[in-house]
Design a protein. Structure first.
Length: 554
């Protein structure tokens, strides 16, 4: 745990303690199960009903699931897809998979069949745990997934080899001997969006949680403190929801509120935080801005007890930071990291001054610098690439089955983030921009390459280029430039068809909110689409009159 009164003292005092054997499932659950009454989870279901789970009950349920999976042939190192949102079965599934020594594959319920098929096929998952609502997606792709042998539904289901989650657990033993995993043994695959081609599977070891703890404690003002209770509106299928909030809280033996309605309601969020005494909030700026616009003076209406707020992934803005300070009584501790190496830069307002516009200083335990093209550390205020020194406990093991991409991620002892910025004399990092073209929209990271691959399957599309364009609420939105096939006439109906194509097949949040039809697509001699030129076309169009509602240029 972090200790000290100033940033320099906390950073200097920190020491890693990585044991010879370590298992995430045992750490976040079993070690606290001796106290039968210790609360782990408060779950609010879609009907608003409350369920409470102790660490003891989670241990028993996860043991029963681990026994169930083992009886069906799922064993150490096998991949298990978890296609669920914020609900108790998600947590139980993760814990069981880790205890089994298997590898969890986090999957968003927003994913369409194509996105799921790629991830399940690439990981060669042998089992999937999902719900009735998402079962049809698995049915649609099951015949093309030869490795998939077991489908478990948490709320019943019918069809291809489904097993009822809770019914199966009632028949299983409550005792299970967790596999003695080492910190570097594989535990988790998270697919991260790239700018070209399909997503890469980021493989993490069990040490991921140990590596994330300093950042988590740092951002939440030296977590844990008396009466701390965590809530995040982020989906647990994201590293931000699971490993930046859920699992670190449970590691410390503190409770988590699980509440994620289909549609985010800012006033309902305030009500829930007040009702359950939420002390720690992990969000994205888009969510905080929605809350700010909905209730300008929340403490006059709700009995809030917030102690810490952390957010990242988008630009904060002065207005939002001022509002949280004045109206919530809490500074936003900005966080920075990426799926491959999370929570490595940020702020802890309890021990340091927040510098407006900067993204923070290196989190204790991590060595972060700005490097030049040769992998050498840059001087103060010199622009370069943000990099993290390897080895580091929070750093990924490799890209799944992709040694070339893994090698390209490193230069010498440095893991390259692909983000550019500078570091001032005081050690504050200033974000300059992305090397790649990832789109940050409402807290989601969207890879244009995957959206382009999906759109190329639309019968009316000859070529497509996807970029992110500024949006006052979401930070960015997806914009698709479409070169139609010969004989196709662009109109509003085609625009809607293109948007619907992505919504149904890929991810609901990844569909292009703007569509522009072009008569030529800017490309290099090798055929690569020039996204910088597309940005120029967008900026030129934004300054002039709109052409034909759909953004048609021809």
């Amino acid at each position: 745990m972090l200790s000290g009164r100033t940033y320099d003292e906390v950073y200097r005092n920190f020491r890693w303690d990585i044991p010879e054997y370590y298992n995430i499932g045992v750490d976040v659950c079993d070690k606290w199960a001796g106290d039968r009454q210790r609360l782990a989870l408060i779950y609010i279901d879609p009907q608003g009903r409350e369920q409470r789970y102790t660490f003891r009950s989670l241990r028993d349920y996860s043991n029963q699931l681990a026994n169930t999976l083992k009886a069906r042939g799922i064993d150490r190192s096998d991949r298990v897809g978890i296609l669920l949102s914020q609900r108790p079965e998600t947590l139980i599934s993760h814990i069981a998979v880790y205890k089994l020594g298997a590898v969890a594959v986090q999957l968003l319920t927003l994913f369409g069949p194509e996105a799921l098929e790629y991830r399940l096929a690439d990981s060669q998952a042998r089992a999937v745990i999902t719900d009735k609502e998402n079962l049809s997606k698995i049915h649609a792709i099951g015949e093309r997934l030869p490795h998939l042998e077991l489908v478990i539904a948490v709320d019943g289901g019918q069809g291809r080899a489904e097993m009822d989650f809770w019914e199966a657990l009632t028949r299983a033993e409550r005792e299970f001997a967790p596999v003695r995993t080492r910190p570097d043994d594989p535990a988790l695959i998270i697919y991260t969006s790239g700018t070209t081609g399909q997503p890469k599977g980021t493989l993490h070891g069990h040490r991921l949680l140990l590596g994330i703890l300093p950042g988590f404690e740092f951002y939440h003002n030296l977590f844990p403190q008396k009466d701390d209770l965590m809530w995040t509106p982020l989906d647990w299928a994201y590293i931000g929801g699971s490993y930046d909030a859920l699992f670190p809280t449970l590691h410390h033996g503190y409770p988590v509120l699980a509440y994620r309605p289909r549609k985010f309601d800012p006033e309902e969020a305030f009500f829930m935080m007040a009702k359950h005494g939420v002390r720690n909030l992990m969000a994205v700026p888009t969510v905080l801005r929605m809350m700010m616009h909905a209730v300008r003076q929340p403490r006059e209406k709700y009995d809030l007890r917030l102690r810490s707020i952390t957010a990242g992934g988008e630009t904060m803005g002065t207005e939002l930071c001022d509002w949280t300070r004045e109206q919530l009584g809490v500074e936003i501790n900005e966080q920075y990291g990426q799926t491959e190496c999370d929570l490595v830069v940020g702020y802890c307002s309890q021990i340091m001054e927040i510098v407006p516009g900067a993204i923070g200083r290196a989190v204790p335990g991590h060595t972060v610098e700005i490097i030049n093209e040769d992998g050498l550390v840059a001087g103060p205020d010199e622009l370069g690439e943000i990099a993290v020194r390897a080895p580091d406990p929070v750093m990924f093991l490799e890209y799944w089955k992709n040694p070339v991409a893994t090698r390209e991620k490193f230069i010498g002892d440095w893991m390259r983030t692909g983000d550019y910025g500078r570091k001032d004399k005081e050690g504050n990092f200033w974000f300059g921009g992305r090397q790649d073209d990832l789109i940050e929209s409402g807290g989601y990271r969207i890879g244009p390459g995957e959206v382009e691959d999906c759109l190329m399957k639309h019968p009316a599309v000859a070529l497509v280029g996807v970029i992110g364009v500024p949006d006052p609420v979401r930070g960015q939105i997806v914009k698709a430039f479409i070169l139609p096939r010969a004989g196709v006439t662009p109109d509003k109906a085609l625009e809607l068809s293109i948007q619907d194509h992505v919504k149904k097949r890929l991810e609901a949040h990844a569909y292009p909110r703007e569509v522009a039809f072009v008569s030529e697509m800017p490309r290099t001699k090798t055929g690569k689409i020039l996204r910088n030129e597309l940005r120029g076309i967008h900026e030129a169009g934004a300054k002039g009159p709109k052409v034909r509602g759909s953004g048609f240029k021809g």
